[in-house]
Design a protein around this ligand. Structure first.
Ligand code: ADP
Length: 496
């Protein structure tokens, strides 16, 4: 090891100095390094001697030589640079150097400032982040403000104590007041809200739960709706801080006067419709009931005429009487159907019973046994479920559908009856292979007295109307799938 070319006292002091001291010759080669310098550069003294600064910096060689020349010229240099140790560790250092402390001998003092530099950088970064966060906050505050101002909904913001912090433009125009008039107002003591039973919602919102208040009506004393009744729907949102404490509560009012008016109107119309329907049904019932008697008399007297005077009448008169009897019979059937139909509408509440659908179908087939026997109809029945229904009405439903399938189902009729489950309902089907129905008539056939084949088949045109009434009373649907000449499948649903 070489000793520093200085006096012995100075040499001892430099050896103990916590700062790195390096002495170099004119060729930049280190001729001395104190222990602090060896620690800083991460290298043994024996290996350090003879090396140059170039071995320890991240700078290019040219830059190092330039700086060296400038140093020799100026005689003193201070600055900072980034050094790379042989083990690859990079450190930041500050230095002061004095050239030619003796001719051809140059000294430099280095201090490791990596930690300070990092601390300064970290501080700058955290300041930058804080600024960014503040800018974001400003932006979201601005956004919140402009959304609030532009919103067509009336908004009012409360402090946790219940006092108003701010209101928006829509609020001012709805209530005809300005924010100044709210001084001294505290929502938690609002007597109107207490009287209307709404305070419980307000309190819950202030306790941290979002609340939807039931619609209420007001008559604002001023503003665009002054003196008029308006309906308002309100929602209250608590805004919480990071700790979950409510720091503001927002009250949003929506003016639903128009919606409410339309709803009331619709409800009144529905009531009116139900009332007139019920009246119509009662009328149909009374009319058809009262028509039965005179109709029976027409039939009886026409038959009497026929029996007693047939021999005395000419053939024209006899055919007229036959026509009277036929028409009277048809009229009686129609009256009976109408009576049946109006009866279904008049029974308001369904009395539901849990029954086996198979039993109800058997009952209907029993009523149809004559026509089944006469036509030789083949009826195939799949598994049927138990359901909850008004049993007699469902017997009638089967009877009408299977009756039609026999009547319009070909010769001999071949009929399939089945059921399938679908989510919350059962779908039942009666399928025949008969004359079918053109698609544009699929809706029509469910209308009162609507018949497509009146000339060729007997009937009143009421069977499917009654089916529809029964199914709809059970909250189900009924429809037909068919094409002309390709058979028909009538399906109806009933809730499970
Ligand atoms: P109707 O007493 O005439 O049978 P419905 O109300 O039961 O009265 O049926 C209305 C019309 O729908 C019938 O006149 C017939 O034209 C048609 N229709 C009903 N069921 C079928 C079917 N299974 N196949 C073809 N047409 C049918």
């Amino acid at each position: 090891m070489q000793s520093p070319p200085l006096g012995a006292d100075l040499e001892a002091a430099i050896e103990r100095l916590p700062d790195a001291v390096l002495i170099a010759d004119d060729e930049r080669k280190y001729i001395y390094a104190n222990p602090a310098a060896c620690r800083l550069l991460g290298i043994d003294r024996s290996q350090l001697i003879g090396r140059t600064l170039g071995d320890f910096t991240v700078l290019e060689d040219d830059a190092v030589s330039g700086a060296w020349r400038a140093f020799l010229l100026s005689g003193v240099q201070t600055g900072s640079f980034r050094l790379r140790r042989p083990d690859g560790v990079v450190r930041d250092a500050e230095f002061s150097a004095v050239a030619n402390i003796r001719p051809g001998i140059h000294i430099s003092f280095l201090r490791d400032v990596t930690e300070q530099k990092r601390a300064v950088e970290a501080l700058a970064e955290s300041e930058r982040l804080a600024k960014e966060a503040e800018a974001a906050l400003c932006l979201s505050e601005r956004r919140y403000r402009s959304v609030m101002e532009q919103s067509p909904l009336s908004m009012q913001v409360f402090a946790p104590t219940g006092e108003t912090l701010s209101v928006n433009r829509a609020w001012c125009s709805l209530w005809g007041a300005d924010a100044g008039q709210l001084r001294g107002y505290n929502i938690l003591q609002d007597q109107q809200l207490i009287d209307r039973g709404l305070m419980v919602y307000v309190q819950r919102a202030f306790a941290g739960e979002t609340q939807e208040l039931p619609p209420v009506s007001y008559r604002p004393p001023s503003g665009i709706y002054q003196g008029q009744e308006i309906w308002v729907r309100a929602v209250m949102y608590p805004i919480k801080d990071d700790a979950g404490r409510v720091c503001e509560v927002v009250l949003i009012h929506e003016n639903i006067t128009e919606i409410e008016r339309q709803q009331t109107e619709r409800a009144a119309q529905a009531d009116e419709l139900a009332r007139s329907n019920a009246e119509l049904q009662r009328f149909a019932y009374v009319a058809s009931h009262d028509l039965k008697e005179p109709m029976r008399n027409v039939t009886i007297f026409a038959q009497l005429l026929d029996r007693r005077y047939r021999t005395k009448l000419d053939s024209d008169a006899i055919s007229y009487i036959d026509e009277i009897i036929r028409s009277a019979k048809r009229m009686s059937e129609m009256i009976a159907g109408l009576l049946e139909y109006s009866r279904i509408g008049l029974q308001r509440d369904l009395v539901l019973k849990e029954v086996d659908m198979r039993d109800l179908l058997s009952h209907a087939l029993e009523n149809l046994k004559l026509s089944i026997a006469q036509t030789g109809a083949a009826i195939d029945i799949g598994p049927l479920p138990r359901i909850s229904c008004a049993p007699l009405e469902i017997v009638q439903l089967w009877q009408n559908l299977v009756g039609n399938a026999i009547k319009y189902g070909g010769d001999p009729p071949s009929i399939d009856i089945s059921a399938e489950a679908d989510h919350a309902e059962w779908i039942f089907a009666v399928r025949d292979q008969g004359i079918g129905i053109a698609p544009h008539l699929h809706q029509k056939i469910f209308e009162l007295f609507k018949r497509l084949h009146a000339r060729d088949y007997p009937g009143t045109g009421l069977g499917l109307t009654i089916c529809k009434a029964i199914v709809e009373r059970h909250h189900g649907r009924i429809w037909v799938e068919s094409e002309e000449g390709k058979g028909a499948t009538f399906r109806f649903t009933l809730p499970k």
